[in-house]
Structures are given as structure tokens and as C-alpha cells.
Design a protein around this ligand. Structure first.
Ligand SMILES: Cc1cc2nc3c(=O)[nH]c(=O)nc-3n(C[C@H](O)[C@H](O)[C@H](O)COP(=O)(O)OP(=O)(O)OC[C@H]3O[C@@H](n4cnc5c(N)ncnc54)[C@H](O)[C@@H]3O)c2cc1C
Length: 449
């Protein structure tokens, strides 16, 4: 039994993730008694934010729920991301959303994203999950002068639809607030969103779900699914079988072609890469003029994201590579160093103490999906967060749990997130599209580093 995946096997190997976040937690040892065959009400494939948040919600409502995670809990993107708990989840521009769905549905999509950010706040507070929060909203830095005008109209729209505070900062105001970097031309500040330690969030969700009665099975890759008389049977590679009438698929960028069959060709995993420096001294922070803690990113389509962590390490992330071979990983890491040095020249010689990568997930229509799997009674899926699943994954889990409990789909998620996952044309070769898309983005972004 083997799973068909889009990237090099090394990306799916059950090795510990060499991330900074792993160095900040102590993982509990695996308990073998958790992985015996059994029947439950709802089985969940994937132990990231989406799966764990669904498990928490269902267990709290008294459902017998089992999470099957191929590796360690939070091993996927959830335990290794940049920790921006912010708006996002779709990559379809708002003008295109309005053309396709109308302004009311585009607003509903935005409100879903804002609800997702508040949901992370609520859940962490309710369950006492310590995520080292860095409050203060988020900042989008204009990477060329013309972008500031676009950010101005976005700020106006966000204030109008969400009622959140926004500000436009000139280049001088940006530097004066401790966001000193090269190549910036002012910024938009949005008073919504915060930074978290993403792995602490994932493991905290797991603890809360377990405390509510969920059965969490790490190191249990589901390799086959079949159904008989309305009951789904999930078979793990070791032979363990979990049977349930309802199944939630929460595998996002780590999905495989046949799990379930419908998913094949409808998602596209994309690599994102992060480096984290050693702790910077006060003098080093002053030399660069960066002392702000607000999670920040730039206005490029192939964006860079960066934040100063609580212990004064700088986290810097970007996309760009399409393969996970040793050679391409080395090239990507060199590119990341070069971009980091160009944007933060005073730190060009500061060593990267940690570097790692992981898979996010995009879709053909650049929209997320939360809903039933067509033609497979009792199966639900949530995926396609477009590199913004910290808040949206947690929120999707809550909504998928509601669907599994019997809520009406139309009343549970806004229309754009119900519009379906179209299959990529020439789906088998869809990864080959990425160099073309990235090339176009680089051209459109201009201002090369
Ligand atoms: C480097 C990086 C930086 C990012 N930064 C941010 C950020 O700052 N802010 C933000 O909002 N988003 C960010 N993202 C995206 C975000 O991390 C993801 O959207 C989110 O974590 C997805 O959560 P999930 O639970 O849906 O999927 P994942 O966390 O990816 O979990 C899916 C899980 O499914 C498991 N699985 C797959 N197949 C099977 C199977 N057959 N059987 C059992 N288990 C299986 C995998 O092992 C995996 O653990 C980033 C992503 C990456 C890679």
C-alpha cells in the first residue's frame, strides 16, 4: 500500500522537522496502545490545525472521534509555518471574487477570514494554550512606490467591510516605528492578526482535543479507504482499521492522489521555506533599525514574510523552488540568504541557525474548499489555504465538525468556499506549471532582489 504524491519522497519521510519551533517544545513519547483497530463516530485523516480543531469541536460535543496522522501530531505545515495568525486563505483577487460571486459573497469570505483570526484567540484562551502570542495586527510593506496607493484602497475596503482599524504609513513613519529595512516604500498596518508559535498552537489543540476525549493516533498513515453499507473503513499501513460513518479529510499540502479518489488532481502543494537567525543583540537590532514585533510581509506576489521572535531571532520566509532535491534545496537556501541580506543588509553576515521547508496548498480557482466530497456519502474535506492556514485551518476544523454533525452546508460556509475544487487541466503534470507561474510573478513583481 503506497500513497501517490506529487513531490520527492524526502518531503514526506517521517523524520523530525529541523525547525526552530521543534526546539521550543518537548514532545510526549508515543503510546502504542493508541493505535488498535476500532469503530468511532468520526474519523479524521491528518493531525494539523484542520484535523485537530475538528477533533476538538467534535469531542466537546460528545462524539467518539479518532485522528489518524501519518507522522507526529502537527508534523505537516501546522507545526512548521511562520506563525502568522492573520487574514488570508484565498489567492483570488477581490475584484475577481466580486465578478464571480458578487460583493455580498466576497464580503462573507472576508468575514470568514476575520472570524478565523478571532477563533484562534478564543480557542487558545478557552483552553489555556500558550502560543507565545505577539499581538499588534500585521504589516504589509510596499515593495515599490506604486504599491502604496493599492494598499491605501485595500485598507479602506478592509475597514469598511470588517470594521477593523487600518493605517497607511509613509516610508519615514515605517522606519520611525522600528520597521527599518531596505527596499520598502511605506506600508499598510491592519489592526487584526497576531504572531504565534505555530507548533505550540498545534500541540495545544491536540492536548485540548485529547482532554475532551478525542483519540489521537500519531504515526498512523491511512493507505486505503473503502465503504460497506454506509460505513467507511480506513486502513493504516500497519494494518490498523478504523471504521466510521463520517470521515474528515484534513491533509492539505500533504494530500495524496487517491485519498480519497475524488481529490486526485484537485490540489497543488507548493513549497515554502523559512530561516531563523540566532538571537540578535540589541546593537544589531539598532544597526538595522528593526525592533518591531508585528508580523510583516511585502506586497510581492512571490512574497517575503518576516517577524522578530520573542527571543530576538529574525524569522524570514519565502517561496520560489519547485523541487525538493538536494541541489534545488541548496540553491533555494542560497537565494533566501541573498534576499534576506538585500532586505536586512545590517544582518547579512548573521548566521541562520535553522532552515527548513514545508508544503502549503493552492487550488486551480485560488479558493479554499470546506465541504462534502461529491459522490462519497459521509466524507468531508477542507483544504487550499494558499499559505494562510493558521487561522483558516483552525476555523475550517470547526466548520467541518459542524457539517459532520449534520449542519446545512449553505448555512455553514460562504458560497466561494463551497464552489468546488476543479481538477487541474493535465493534472498529472500540474507541478510543471509552477515555474511558469513563478516566472510570471517575478516579472510582475519587478524590483528584483
Ligand atoms: C513554511 C511554511 C510557512 C507558512 N507560514 C504560514 C503563516 O505564517 N501563516 C499562515 O496562516 N499559514 C502559513 N502556512 C500555511 C499553513 O501552515 C497551512 O495552511 C496549515 O498549517 C494547514 O493546516 P492543515 O491542518 O490543513 O494541514 P497540515 O498541517 O499540512 O496537516 C496535514 C497532515 O496530514 C497528514 N497526512 C497526509 N496524508 C495522510 C494520510 N494518508 N494518513 C494520515 N495522515 C496524513 C500529514 O502528515 C500532515 O501532518 C505556511 C506553510 C508553510 C509550509
Amino acid at each position: 500500500m503506497s500513497l501517490t504524491r506529487l513531490y520527492e519522497p524526502a518531503l514526506y519521510a517521517p523524520e523530525p522537522v529541523p525547525s526552530y519551533w521543534e526546539a521550543t517544545v518537548a514532545r510526549p513519547p508515543l503510546s502504542p496502545s493508541e493505535i488498535a483497530s476500532h469503530t468511532c463516530d468520526v474519523a479524521i485523516i491528518g493531525g494539523g490545525y484542520t484535523g485537530l480543531s475538528a477533533a476538538l469541536e467534535l469531542a466537546q460535543s460528545g462524539y467518539a472521534v479518532t485522528v489518524l496522522e501519518a507522522n507526529a501530531l502537527g508534523w505537516g505545515a501546522s507545526g512548521r509555518n511562520g506563525g502568522f495568525a492573520c487574514l488570508g486563505g484565498t489567492a483570488l483577487p477581490r475584484t475577481a471574487q466580486i465578478r464571480r460571486f458578487g460583493a455580498a459573497d466576497a464580503d462573507a469570505l472576508l468575514r470568514l477570514q476575520a472570524r478565523a483570526v478571532h477563533r484562534v484567540e478564543e480557542i487558545t484562551q478557552t483552553h489555556g494554550i500558550e502560543v507565545d502570542p505577539q499581538p499588534g495586527g500585521e504589516v504589509c510593506v510596499a515593495h515599490r512606490p506604486g504599491e502604496l496607493e493599492l494598499l491605501r484602497s485595500e485598507a479602506e475596503m478592509l475597514s469598511r467591510v470588517l470594521g477593523v482599524e487600518t493605517q497607511i504609513w509613509s516610508q519615514e513613519a515605517l522606519s520611525a516605528r522600528g520597521f527599518g529595512m531596505a527596499g520598502s516604500h511605506g506600508a499598510m498596518w491592519l489592526g487584526l492578526g497576531f504572531g504565534v508559535n505555530p507548533l505550540k498552537l498545534a500541540l495545544g489543540l491536540a492536548d485540548a482535543a485529547r482532554a475532551a476525549g478525542a483519540n489521537l493516533c500519531a504515526h498512523s498513515p491511512v493507505a486505503r479507504m473503502s465503504s460497506e453499507q454506509g460505513v467507511w473503513s480506513l486502513t493504516c499501513t500497519g494494518g490498523t482499521q478504523v471504521r466510521a460513518r463520517k470521515v474528515i479529510v484534513a491533509t492539505n499540502g500533504y494530500s495524496s492522489e487517491g485519498m480519497p479518489a475524488w481529490l486526485g488532481g484537485r490540489y497543488l502543494p507548493v513549497l515554502s521555506n523559512i530561516m531563523v537567525t540566532r538571537p540578535l543583540t540589541g546593537a544589531e537590532l539598532q544597526a538595522q533599525g528593526w525592533t518591531a514585533r508585528t508580523p510583516s510581509y511585502d506586497s510581492r506576489s512571490l512574497l517575503h514574510y518576516f517577524r522578530l521572535l520573542p527571543d530576538n531571532r529574525m524569522l524570514f520566509g519565502m517561496r520560489g523552488n519547485v523541487r525538493a532535491t538536494q541541489r534545488e534545496t541548496a540553491t533555494q537556501q542560497a537565494d533566501m540568504r541573498r534576499h534576506f541580506a538585500a532586505m536586512f543588509p545590517a544582518w547579512s553576515d548573521v548566521e541562520a541557525a535553522y532552515q527548513w521547508s514545508g508544503l502549503a496548498c493552492v487550488t486551480l480557482d485560488r479558493l479554499s474548499y470546506i465541504g462534502p466530497v461529491p459522490g462519497m456519502e459521509g466524507i468531508y474535506a477542507g483544504l487550499g489555504w494558499h499559505g494562510n492556514g493558521v487561522a483558516m485551518g483552525v476555523e475550517a476544523g470547526v466548520r467541518l465538525a459542524a457539517l459532520a454533525k449534520g449542519a446545512r452546508w449553505e448555512e455553514t460556509v460562504p458560497r466561494p468556499v463551497r464552489s468546488g475544487l476543479r481538477r487541474f487541466p493535465l493534472a498529472r503534470w500540474r507541478r510543471g506549471l509552477l515555474p511558469l507561474v513563478y516566472g510570471w510573478y517575478r516579472f510582475r513583481d519587478g524590483a528584483p532582489l
